[in-house]
Design a protein around this ligand. Structure first.
Ligand SMILES: Cc1ncc(COP(=O)(O)O)c(C=O)c1O
Length: 382
């Protein structure tokens, strides 16, 4: 008997009306109905601030970090709360060495929040950002590993490419990076929770994730995992809550030279985020309860179905071995017909256009009916 739990569509936990086919988690996921309730309660609590106690500053964000740590095989202390991927990459850039003439490796068309900081850093150090060209077979691992050498200071990449879900084997990239003395910085916003990932296998220097897509969380809420070897590094901010003893509100002006332990110093100011934290916690609890393997198995069943239907109407898709379980590009070769997005939206079918492809991104609230709706619309249109 398989150890992976049987997984079924979880649409009942979300407020997606009949007639809406939402296949766009890579853009923005809905939050759970229950999380919305918890969020409303936490907004209402701010009308009665006397009900917000000191423990509220610490217990919920610590729980959120612990849940993130469980998801990635880390310790709760290795994880800090951040507002965005931009913030997390800036933090990584501040803490990694880069010498004149060295290289930072990135993928072609990588998400800009994981490009601009490296371009600025390279300019400041007379170093170079080297872009790996898009491989025809959708597998970035070979070309990326081939490009890592003794002059590589940093490899900054995702697990699944945000435009079409094409893959990077992070275990292999981590091994090659370490063998060459290069740091590894990951933006897993488009894969975490959907594709198995463990810091124990990959050993990144920094792993960054925003919660508002696949993690079914709020906007402006994310996490950074900082490898223990960087715990003595430099935070982006010097706020009160990141300092030792910040739990003792009566003694905050006994200024403290020391930080909170582990990755505590890397937390953003106002990490307590009373309104958003309960939403993030609820989602992480559900995702951890289901487990990445079960979710990934369920979604790869849907993407297989999508791939089969796409091929049948003459669209191109990546081979199963080279596509992620949850994110698939349907390639129109000559370009996506201009009127198609509007046509699909009229039928309340939501996907994204990226380049010559439409990007289809199913999550746990989708099932075969959604796939059927998408393809009957595409067949009518074409
Ligand atoms: C791969 C990836 N990283 C990051 C982001 C968001 O970046 P930020 O949190 O800096 O707004 C997105 C949004 O589409 C994304 O696709």
């Amino acid at each position: 008997m398989s150890s992976i739990p049987e997984f079924t569509c979880q649409k009942h936990l979300f407020d997606i009306p009949e007639g809406v086919t939402y296949l766009n988690a890579a853009y923005m996921s809905p939050i759970f109905k229950q999380a919305a309730l918890l969020g409303q309660q936490s907004v209402a609590k701010k009308m009665h601030p006397w009900k917000i106690g000191i423990a509220d500053f610490f217990t919920p964000p610590n729980r959120a970090c612990q849940l993130m740590a469980e998801m990635i095989g880390a310790n709760g202390g290795d994880v800090a709360v951040i507002p965005s991927v931009s913030y997390g990459i800036a933090l990584a850039a501040k803490n990694l060495p880069l010498l004149k003439g060295q290289k930072i490796l990135v993928l072609a068309d990588q998400f800009p929040s994981n490009i601009y900081p490296w371009q600025e850093m390279a300019k400041a150090h007379q170093a170079e950002v080297v872009t790996i060209a898009r491989p025809a077979d959708g597998n970035w691992t070979g070309p990326l590993c081939d490009a890592i050498d003794q002059d590589t200071a940093i490899v900054a990449c995702p697990h699944a490419h945000w435009t079409d879900g094409s893959l990077v084997d992070l275990v292999r990239v981590g091994t090659v990076a370490r063998a060459n003395g290069a740091a590894l910085v990951l933006d897993l916003t488009q894969s975490l929770g959907m594709m198995p990932f463990s810091v124990r296998d990959v050993d990144p220097d920094f792993m960054i994730v925003a919660t508002y897509k696949w993690l079914l969380g709020p906007y402006s809420y994310g996490f950074v995992y900082v490898a223990p070897r960087h715990h003595g590094g430099l935070p982006l901010e010097e706020g009160w809550i990141a300092r030792k003893g910040s739990e003792d509100f009566a003694r905050l002006v006994d200024y403290q030279p020391e930080y909170q332990p582990d990755a505590g110093r890397f937390n953003m100011g106002e990490r307590s985020n009373f309104m958003l934290t309960p939403i993030a916690i609820h989602a992480l609890e559900k995702l951890n309860e289901w487990g990445t393997e079960a979710i990934s198995g369920y979604l790869s069943g849907l993407t297989d179905m999508i791939a089969e239907r796409a091929l049948a109407i003459g669209l191109k898709v990546a081979d199963k071995a080279h596509r992620s379980p949850h994110l698939i590009g349907l390639d129109f070769a000559g370009g996506v017909p201009e009127a198609l997005t509007a046509y699909l939206a009229e039928r309340k079918i939501f996907v994204s256009v990226r380049g010559d492809s439409i990007r289809v991104a199913p999550h746990v609230y989708n099932d075969e009916k959604d796939v059927e709706n998408l393809f009957s619309a595409l067949e009518d249109f074409l």
